[in-house]
Design a protein around this ligand. Structure first.
Ligand code: CMP
Length: 479
């Protein structure tokens, strides 16, 4: 599309140049005939036919000069773009054209009318000066403010700026000789005249800078600040577009009337997307609060709100049903499954959140109650999914049963509710069902083999299952 446009422009330029050159040629070739014609037609009038022909020549040459300046402009700034990979601002290009054209016009004028002193004409014509000054007052103001903006460069194309009392905020798209063009976050274009931009205070978020944002939230006075700060920092640091270069800072900004008021300060990779990132940060805080039993403060309701029971919804029946359907718990009696369900804690994760991080220590296992998770290995700093687990599947058993660090990371693929079962509850289950250890050790061996295969380490040997069995027994103090 752009290529086609440039082609059309080039053709148009060549045609226009050819027409003007032809017109100049004709005027020079037939100047005698033209002079005679004008003399006969204008007999009796006070006009000098020579002046008319001069003006005609001036117009034609000035048009040619304009075309030449356009071509020069394209060539010079095209070359700069190619060589330096730098797009010159529109204002600079326009100034170049104006100066080049004025110079050419002076030369042409003095060649055609050598007797007229153009400089004196301009300087001595006071009326001309006053008219021009009044008519161009705003335009010239914008023009010179534009020059000072270009020289000073307080912001550039791509930066996010907020201008003046109107608080116009958007991404700078262009700085012309008249105005600064910004695209707001509602995708509107706002033009701020250069003289306004030069006068008003401007807040700039440079594109190539690590810019920060503040997001506010609050908690009940009963929630621990240390826990809140840790939970929010961890929830925010992994959100999209939050820079990994600086860890987010969470701090108490006020001990308010009915809430502890916090702010989280985070840095963005792409500042122009701060609206989306602010929203994502708030969403992550909401989910982290829910998982960690923290509460937002609502002044009118604080005294009425009851703490949520640990298991989801307070009704254990769906959890008993879920656990009974997990293959490794199939041998358990209804009482044992109910006991396990009562010991289980429900957690909800947002899409993209990490449930378990590879290498961390772990002393609990999880059953997927709702949703889906991915089992991921780290490959040269990038996650690779080796398996996906959906409702009824379990994970985290390896670290729980062997005491080793987590072998893989588990990441929620959608909003996912997991049931966490701790070491103590599993020990009770094992005590009552020693056979369970054996079927679990088989599953762990199979998963370890799958991990080893995907890490290209070759399969683990068959003695491993037996080794695991005794390791688990030892870990749980079983005979
Ligand atoms: P754990 O090592 O405690 O933490 C990561 C978990 O990922 C691990 O326990 C297993 O539950 C699970 N996991 C590892 N490999 C696989 C696999 N190949 N298939 C399914 N789950 C796996």
């Amino acid at each position: 599309m752009k290529r086609n446009q440039s082609k059309n422009k080039a053709v148009l330029f060549l045609v226009a140049t050819a027409i003007v050159v032809l017109a100049i040629y004709l005027v020079f070739k037939f100047d005698k005939q033209l002079l005679d014609l004008l003399s006969s037609r204008m007999a009796g009038l006070s006009f000098n036919p020579k002046t008319i022909i001069g003006v005609l020549q001036l117009i034609l040459f000035a048009t040619l000069a304009y075309l030449i300046v356009r071509a020069l402009n394209t060539a010079v700034f095209g070359l700069v773009r190619l060589r330096r990979d730098f797009e010159a601002p529109t204002l600079v290009r326009n100034i170049f054209s104006i100066i080049a054209f004025t110079a050419l016009f002076f030369i042409i004028f003095t060649q055609i009318f050598p007797d007229v002193n153009l400089g004196a004409l301009f300087t001595t014509s006071a009326i001309f000066g006053v008219i021009l000054g009044l008519a161009l007052q705003d335009t010239l103001g914008n023009f010179f403010a534009g020059i000072s903006l270009q020289a000073d460069r307080p912001f550039q194309v791509g930066d996010v700026i907020t201008v003046g009392s109107q608080q116009n905020t958007g991404v700078v798209e262009e700085i012309t000789w008249r105005a600064v063009k910004i695209r707001t976050f509602q995708n509107h274009v706002v033009l701020i005249s250069n003289s306004t931009a030069a006068k008003e205070p401007i807040e700039v978020g440079p594109r190539d800078n690590l810019n920060a944002r503040l997001v506010f939230f609050n908690t009940l006075y009963t929630d621990s600040p240390a826990k809140t700060i840790h939970v929010v920092r961890e929830a925010v640091r992994e959100a999209d577009n939050v820079s990994q270069k600086i860890a987010p800072v969470v701090r108490i900004r006020n001990l308010g009337e009915s809430a502890v008021e916090y702010e989280v300060k985070y840095w963005l990779d792409d500042y122009a997307k701060y609206n989306d990132t602010d929203a994502l940060v708030r969403q992550r805080i909401w989910y982290a609060f829910r998982r960690n039993d923290l509460s937002f403060a609502y002044p009118t309701r604080t005294l009425l709100v009851a703490r949520r029971p640990k298991t989801s919804g307070g009704d254990a029946a769906p959890i008993v049903e879920r656990l009974a359907a997990v293959d490794i718990f199939a041998p358990l009696s209804t009482e044992e499954t109910t006991m396990l369900a009562q010991a289980a804690t429900s957690h909800v994760f947002a899409p993209g959140e990490t449930v378990i991080r590879a290498g961390d220590p772990g002393s609990s296992m999880f059953v997927v109650h709702n949703g889906r998770v991915a089992v991921q290995l780290n490959e040269n700093g990038r996650p690779r999914t080796v398996a996906t687990l959906s409702e009824g599947a379990f994970f985290g058993e390896m670290a729980l049963f062997t005491g080793e660090p987590r072998t893989a990371s588990i990441v929620a693929l959608e909003e996912t509710e997991v049931l966490e079962i701790g070491h103590q509850a599993m020990k009770l289950v094992f005590d009552a069902n020693p056979d369970l250890v054996e079927s679990l050790s088989h599953i762990i061996t199979e998963r370890l083999q799958a991990l080893a295969a995907s890490e290209d380490q070759g399969a683990t040997d068959s003695d491993e299952s037996a080794g695991l069995l005794s390791a688990i027994k030892r870990f749980f103090g079983l005979s």
